[in-house]
Design a protein around this ligand. Structure first.
Ligand code: FAD
Ligand code: DLZ
Ligand code: SF4
Length: 510
């Protein structure tokens, strides 16, 4: 039986389930660059280059193994621009008897896949994506009947299952979670390791020219492209992280620093998400480093928690809640996304730097995403759908299964608390403590009101005042509401007025 095996742009793993029993003498791998995927949102230019160049390199690596690959380029004559159109044409070209594909990462594509068997009158086998450490069925089983779906309990479940950092049934070192040790501000004179970047080769340069030409209106810089596009280079980036950054990853996980785009973060998410690296192997390499004494426990646990805990949990939430998940809007937020999210033109230095970093690198680290652009969007009442589209556009690692729960749930609390027990909101004091952005900003984080007051301050209190009815009953919000109760009525009114004036002045045209 001749089988067409379709590989999507985020399934670039030699051991992806759709390739597992391939017969190189008969089967054909199909890979397609299609307009629908390059434009369903206006992805950052670097993300398009990363995915298309990695796809082209992956096709080459399969060919070197003697596998026939039918590769459709974006500008090939007759390219219909869609997965469905290209699969239909390929079925005719190859007279294949069936199609095998691994389930997609996004609901949107899953729905498209459901139509193929009847549309083509050909059996279509959709296999599980077992590159994750927990299947969607296992997550659903774990979640069933639970009142609370907190990540911490799911993480403990997976720690027990994998045996990682476990001494029998107990967590290694006596604690499940070393989060309190992950919140140090960065000392001024600490040396920060450089990012491991990669020079574009001929294939990447070709794709860069294509993107420059065809996607000129998309967000982001192209020239600073430095992503790995092959498994070999992604492994090199992993090794660079383990040697240079993992030891201090834990201490400074929540820190931010002006003009330091990557700090001690791994910058591996795009590689894991498109399949150049496997989540399991990344964790195992980190665990090896710990067991060899190369990294301390709180760093290793902190890193493992991000992948084994957060990444798997976020995926479980996505697939158990779609398609209704993005429809909730707990705070009824409806303001348009400010124009400065696209340009970086704002006097708020922390936001300006996070957005310009994003423009330059298609990357910002977690605390920038959560506590700067996410925090501001939540405090300013920006419509969740607009914020979600922005996050899906601007990051090289953005795929809806991971972007949506992080944005809708973690950053915006739009799901009403499924993901987080309280909204991640903070005033200028937090940003000032965790970064050096406030030095040289037009605003002052210590001022609560007035022209030079940090907007995060009055927006924070205004948010608490506006949503008092739904937030005050939350025991985790008791402390800020006790502080708010000490404000005079006049002070509360001044906060509301200044916040309203500021919000009315936000420009939103794109
Ligand atoms: P590190 O800090 O080095 O962490 C190690 C790895 O842990 C990451 O590579 C990633 O695979 C995993 N990880 C860490 N945090 C999370 C998390 N919250 N959810 C899932 N995996 C996690 N991550 C994406 O991969 N794609 C997205 O589109 C995305 N959108 C986000 C949107 C918002 C609003 C927020 C707050 C977070 C988002 N994240 C997203 C999660 C996180 O910010 C990124 O995974 C991380 O910044 C990637 O950088 P890194 O590889 O240097 O991570
Ligand atoms: C992100 C992306 C882009 C930009 N282009 C393509 C493409 O041309 N062909 C392809 O197979 N995949 C692409 N991708 C990744 C897909 O969008 C991704 O596989 C789906 O969203 C499912 O997760
Ligand atoms: Fe950001 Fe406020 Fe600090 Fe300026 S003063 S950098 S706006 S936190």
């Amino acid at each position: 039986m001749k089988t067409l095996r379709l590989i999507l742009g985020d399934q670039l793993s030699q051991d992806v389930s759709s390739l597992r029993d391939i017969d190189p003498n008969r089967d054909v791998v199909l890979m397609v660059e299609v307009w629908d995927e390059t434009t369903y949102v206006k992805h950052h230019k670097q993300k398009i280059v990363l995915v298309l160049s990695a796809m082209r390199h992956f096709a080459e690596s399969l060919r070197l193994e003697g596998i026939a690959v039918d590769y459709i380029h974006l500008d090939d004559k007759g390219n219909t621009g869609s997965f469905t159109g290209e699969l239909g044409r390929a079925l005719l070209r190859h007279s294949a008897d069936r199609v095998i594909v691994t389930e997609p990462g996004e609901w949107r594509v899953w729905e498209i896949m459901q139509t193929w068997a009847s549309a083509f009158g050909t059996p279509v086998e959709i296999r599980e994506d077992d590159r994750f450490l927990c299947s969607t069925a296992e997550f659903a089983k774990w979640a069933q009947g639970r009142k609370s779906l907190r990540m911490e309990f799911f993480y403990r479940y997976l720690r027990r299952k994998t045996g990682w950092l476990m001494d029998g049934s107990q967590p290694h070192g006596g604690q499940w979670n070393y989060d309190p040790q992950n919140r140090k501000p960065l000392p001024r004179h600490l040396t920060i390791p450089p990012r491991r970047g990669f020079e574009p080769d001929a294939i990447t340069s070709d794709v860069m020219a294509l993107v420059k030409n065809r996607f000129a209106s998309h967000f982001g810089d192209l020239e600073s492209f430095g992503w790995a596009v092959t498994r070999v280079d992604a492994l090199e980036a992993l090794s660079h992280f383990i040697q240079n950054s993992l030891p201090q990853f834990g201490d400074y996980q929540d820190a931010m620093r002006s003009e330091q785009d990557f700090l001690f973060h791994s910058v591996l998410s795009p590689y894991i998400n498109i399949g150049l690296l496997q989540a399991r192997e990344v964790c195992e390499v980190a665990l090896d480093a710990y067991h060899q004494g190369l990294a301390p426990l709180h760093s290793t646990e902190g890193f493992i928690r991000q992948i084994l805990g957060w990444r798997e949990y976020i995926r479980g939430i996505y697939w158990s809640r779609m398609p209704a998940y993005p429809e909730s809007n707990f705070f009824g937020a409806n303001r348009s996304l400010p124009e400065f999210y696209w340009t970086g033109h704002t006097d708020m230095k922390c936001l300006r730097e996070a957005i310009l970093d994003t423009q330059r690198n298609a990357y910002a680290h977690h605390i920038q995403r959560l506590m700067l652009t996410g925090n501001f969007a939540l405090l300013a009442g920006i419509a969740p759908a607009e914020v979600e589209e922005w996050y899906l556009v601007v990051y090289a690692d953005a795929f809806e299964w991971v972007e949506l729960p992080n944005t809708h749930g973690m950053a915006l609390h739009a799901d009403g608390g499924l993901l987080g027990s309280k909204p991640y909101v903070a005033s200028g004091a937090y940003i000032n403590r965790m970064s050096d952005y406030c030095n040289g900003c037009a605003f002052n984080p210590k001022l609560k009101l007035g022209d030079r007051a940090c907007p995060f301050n009055y927006l924070y209190w205004n948010f608490l005042i506006s949503h008092k009815a739904i937030l005050q009953p939350n025991p985790r919000m008791a402390f800020p509401y006790r502080m708010l109760a000490r404000f005079t009525a006049e002070h509360r009114q001044s906060i509301t007025h200044q916040a309203q004036r500021f919000l009315a002045g936000l420009e939103s045209k794109r």
